[in-house]
Design a protein around this ligand. Structure first.
Ligand SMILES: [Mg+2]
Ligand SMILES: [Zn+2]
Length: 180
């Protein structure tokens, strides 16, 4: 069985300006690309799990998201830091667009995306790691059986109290430098 490092996107990989749906708004968090490369070298599969209710809310389209994703992957690949898989959930129970309006087991804090990845890659979830900038990221991972949980980013104060077992770092670069 394999092990993966699960990552949230907005606020971890890129600066979270709110509903980032276009490549022109996508700014990598400083230091994140070498950190991802380091994790690949350490033998982790890199798996992105991202709630994208902006699609269901009509803030940007699914094809906008896929275009941004392709550009992001191209940049990362050039530096040996690409994701092995990307899972996203476009749904929301109150989505403006009816096609996306439903509760979804994939939407964090539900564990659906991580469970899907575990099946797709034959992962031992107890050996996997999750880094996110919101409690809901870590709650999804915990619900899937991931035990090693890291909170990073600008929301540490408000989010850390919600996940008592989480370890906290300013960003992914600091986390990786210290622990991997
Ligand atoms: Mg986030
Ligand atoms: Zn979904």
């Amino acid at each position: 069985m394999r092990r993966a490092f699960f990552l949230d996107r907005d606020g971890v990989i890129n600066v979270d300006y709110g509903y980032v749906g276009h490549w022109s708004e996508f700014v990598f968090v400083p230091g994140v690309i070498p950190a991802l490369s380091r994790l690949r070298q350490a033998g982790f599969l890199l798996i992105l799990t991202t709630n994208q209710s902006g699609i269901g809310r009509g803030r940007y389209t699914e094809s906008d998201f896929l275009y941004l994703t392709a550009r992001m992957q191209r940049s990362l690949t050039a530096q040996g830091a690409q994701f092995d898989a990307i899972y996203y959930c476009p749904h929301h129970p109150q989505a403006q667009l009816a096609a996306y309006r439903r509760p979804c087991h994939g939407r964090k804090p539900q564990p659906g995306m991580l469970e899907q990845a575990a099946g797709d890659f034959n992962l031992d979830l107890t050996q996997c790691v999750m880094a996110g900038d919101h409690a809901s990221d870590l709650q999804a991972a915990a619900a899937a059986g991931v035990e090693r949980l890291y909170l990073v980013g600008e929301n540490l104060k408000t989010e850390a109290v919600l996940v008592p077992g989480a370890r906290c770092y300013q960003d992914l670069a600091a986390l990786v430098a210290k622990e991997f």
